[in-house]
Design a protein. Structure first.
Length: 225
């Protein structure tokens, strides 16, 4: 953990201090209302992008963060790169991710990279409070729809984007969100040549030969916001 980190472990029978992040004001407002209605959760900060979230974490004590997966913009990025950054700086801080992603490979990558809870944005918002309690206690939480996707992937694990590496998935996600290869390279601290190759390899593995089909594919599988 970085020197001066404000993270303090959650203690039993205490209100859970939570920071929430989402680039959609309506979702942010609904998430705050659902968490504060739970009675044992206090929303101590709100962020509209990765930069604001990182700034809040540096200055405000909290026990759990709840963050959207796709929040374009800002120097710190979003998605896996933001999860990685939070995990590096605050390795003991539980992360709950809110997401529309419906692809088991991407969801599993979130877990591997450090998300303790995964909540489907299409599920009732009251689930987020349950996920926060689980995360604060060090227990994983999955929305029922996400759990079913993992069960299905266990049977069909050799198909679709499960063949893509985590880095290829992130390149595809950022590309279909509207970023150029050069912008993605800057965001992920990789060379333009490497990002271009990863995009090309992902398209080859998926049998896609045109960028428009890649965007269509990403929308169908929840990889784009």
């Amino acid at each position: 953990m970085e020197s001066g980190s404000t993270y303090l472990p959650a203690r039993e029978e205490m209100v859970l201090r939570t920071i929430i992040a989402d680039d959609h004001p309506v979702v942010l407002m609904g998430t705050r209302a659902a968490l504060e209605a739970a009675g044992d959760i206090d929303v101590v900060g709100e962020a509209a992008n990765g930069d604001q979230l990182v700034d809040l974490l540096a200055s405000r004590p909290c026990d759990v963060i709840v963050t959207d997966f796709s929040m374009p913009g800002g120097r710190h990025g979003d998605g896996l790169s933001l999860i990685d950054l939070v995990r590096r700086r605050y390795p003991r801080l539980p992360i709950v991710v809110l997401t529309m992603v419906n692809n088991a490979a991407v969801l599993q990558t979130m877990r591997v990279r450090g998300a303790l809870g995964l909540c489907d944005k299409r599920a009732p918002l009251k689930e987020v409070a349950v996920a926060v309690r689980h995360a604060a206690a060090g227990r994983p939480y999955l929305s029922e729809t996400i759990r079913r996707q993992f069960d299905q992937a266990g049977v069909h694990s050799a198909t679709d984007t499960t063949r893509l590496s985590a880095r290829e998935i992130e390149v595809v996600r950022l590309y279909v969100s509207g970023m150029s290869i050069t912008q993605i390279a800057e965001r992920l601290s990789r060379s333009v040549k490497t990002v271009s190759r990863q995009k090309r390899d992902a398209m080859r593995k998926l049998g896609i030969d045109h960028d428009s089909r890649l965007s269509e594919y990403a929308r169908e599988r929840g990889l784009s916001s």
